[in-house]
Design a protein around this ligand. Structure first.
Ligand code: MN
Length: 379
């Protein structure tokens, strides 16, 4: 049994390498997206091909997933093979635009499938309804690792495999995928290799932290948002070959992460003063907050209060939010009931996100509460 369309995607990318087609990778900017991009990029390189452009959306400006802004900046490469990693499954409109630009679109994602599928040429997502693959909890990085195995065949040498598995372990943990089944196997193996990694980033981290024991510290540092030339810091660190540069970047991120902690505490204090016992949900937003910390805030509040938590940053016309819910609730299904009020939404049952026009925020909150009460089996 295999993940649906994995073979098809592998063959199509191999064909593109052979025919020297232009290849573009569009990755989500979190660690799962970043590590997926690195594995695919290094796989293609090992096969003698090259990537013409890598794009990571800036969530604060473009929202989650494939953005129009990103597509416009990639348009000049058309015709090309366009591969989205760790996003794309909910980008109906954007994928239509990409097709109109003349891209051949492959979506490789593990997020929940909404009611329909986007009109991509090839979709790899184990959560597709007719996907028979028994294990549904792979991070995108795990799917891309399998894709790499297929594409490389015997060219997947042992050092290369180890090197990829380090990234699989890192990103699967960062994405908080359940540590069961294949995830457990892949992660446990990958973690063993970290200490003797040839990747300069892991060598630098090994000097600062005890690896693999302190892997969560590495993750929290790599999660600090710091974008330069459109590239997230995690991507720059993990692909940097110059030790000195890695060290400088890590130092910078450690400093930033301390500042971020303070910011999180400030927001937590502010929200916690407002939470009432009888509140069904936590629904808070502000213009002032730093967008890059609202996910951490939502996770911590949800964990502490065991209430569905919606935290958003208010921008000029619209807001972007992040959602965390206690076990047993499917936040994506829940938001589906209010989808007329949203610009877009998607993610995982326990962790997801949304974009909304500011004038709809109050209605959205009411809709969520209404559906929370109407739907006892939901919660
Ligand atoms: Mn992911």
């Amino acid at each position: 049994m295999e993940i649906k369309n994995l073979e098809k995607a592998a063959q199509r990318i191999l064909e593109a390498i052979k025919k020297r087609e232009r290849i573009l990778i569009y990755g989500d900017s979190d660690l799962d997206g970043v590590c997926s991009v690195i594995i695919l990029k290094e796989t293609i390189k090992n096969l003698g091909g090259k990537i013409d452009a890598v794009y990571f959306p800036e969530r604060e400006v473009e929202g989650y997933g494939i953005s129009e802004k990103g597509l416009i900046s990639l348009k000049k490469f058309s015709p090309a093979l366009f591969i989205s990693l760790d996003c794309g499954i909910s980008n109906f409109k954007e994928i239509e635009i990409a097709k109109n630009y003349g891209f051949f679109v492959i979506v490789i994602d593990h997020h929940q499938v909404l009611d329909e599928l986007p009109k991509a040429d090839i979709i790899v997502d184990p959560k597709q309804r007719d996907d028979q693959y028994p294990f549904k909890d792979l991070a995108t990085v795990g799917i891309v690792f399998k894709l790499a195995e297929k594409m490389l065949g015997e060219k997947m040498t042992s050092p290369l495999r180890k090197n990829f598995l380090e990234l699989v372990a890192l990103a699967t943990l960062a994405d908080m995928m359940p540590q069961v089944g294949e995830n457990k196997v892949l992660t446990e193996e990958g973690l063993v290799y970290l200490k003797n990694s040839w990747r300069p980033a892991f060598q630098v981290f090994s000097k600062i932290f005890e690896l693999p024991k302190e892997i969560t510290k590495v993750i929290s540092i790599l999660n600090v948002r710091d974008v330069e030339n459109n590239l997230p810091a995690s991507y720059r660190i993990l692909t940097e070959s110059d030790f000195r540069k890695v060290e400088e970047l890590v130092e910078k991120l450690i400093k930033k992460s301390k500042e971020r902690k303070k910011e999180v505490e400030k927001i937590l204090n502010f929200i916690e003063e407002k939470i009432k016992r009888e509140d069904k949900i936590i629904f808070e937003g502000s213009k002032e907050w730093n967008f890059s910390v609202i996910s951490i805030v939502a996770s911590q509040l949800c964990q502490k209060y065991q209430k569905p938590t919606f935290i958003y940053k208010i921008f000029e016309n619209e807001s972007q939010g992040t959602v965390r819910v206690p076990p047993g609730i499917d936040s994506v299904e829940w938001m589906k009931k209010c989808k007329e009020l949203l610009i877009s939404f998607g993610g995982h049952p326990s962790a997801s996100g949304f974009r909304i026009k500011n004038e709809n925020l109050e209605k959205f909150k009411e809709c969520l509460i209404k559906n929370y009460e109407e739907n006892n089996n939901l919660c």
